[in-house]
Design a binder for this molecule. Sequence first.
Ligand code: AP5
Length: 211
Amino acid sequence: MRIIIIGPQGAGKGTQAAELVEKLGAEHIATGDLVRAEIKQGTELGQKIQEYNDKGELVPDEIIIEMTKPHLSENESWILDGFPRNQAQAKALDEALEDINEKVDRVIALEASDEDLVKRLSGRRQSEATGKTYHIEHDPPPEDSEEDAGPFVQRDDDTEEAIRTRLDTYHEQTEPLKEYYGEQGILVTVDASKPIPEVTEEVLKAVGENE
Ligand code: AP5
């Protein structure tokens, strides 16, 4: 199954994608993770895109499309998290899938208010050991865990200023994609302001599991 999760920053795309990956055995393709991995490796490309990431701006389309494309054909089943984020990327995705005779099966749009999202992102911590995401209040990092020893750090783009920029970009460029996929009849919207397990239940229903 080929699934896209769209939603504003902090809506829980990564959190819910992890649940879907476990349930469906699909590959998790998170463009934000691809960007951060490139930056961490210190490649020339990584240096070029770091500034966009840290300011909360989108990486230029041609770069992100080239980074994402190879992952689409590597696996039959995937959860695409963070891509597409605008019309140009949605078109590029359609073309890339047409080339391999495939299409998107379902688009899940997570929805929550900006104020909730700012609170969530400022409490987010990520494990340097496993990459798993936690929240200091709703889902605290484990203490003395063999499975995940941390350290648990804050992302460079989780500053209030960068979060506001990311949310503005979402409303301007990404949110209109809901109409694009709605017209194709493959969009399901999910209220992501509820607690994580309740959101997961709705997400699983949206992909035909947990009915
Ligand atoms: P990316 O990593 O994709 O960041 P993002 O879109 O800002 O999304 P987040 O990861 O912040 O949020 P999320 O929805 O995954 O939330 P999470 O599950 O972590 O992209 C980073 C950067 O890379 C971009 O700014 C850009 O520069 C570049 N980039 C990436 N893709 C690109 C593209 N296509 N084009 C151009 N540039 C691109 O949850 C957040 C927190 O809330 C966690 O602490 C979690 O525990 C908690 N939480 C989750 N759900 C709930 C809930 N229901 N209740 C309470 N707490 C919850």
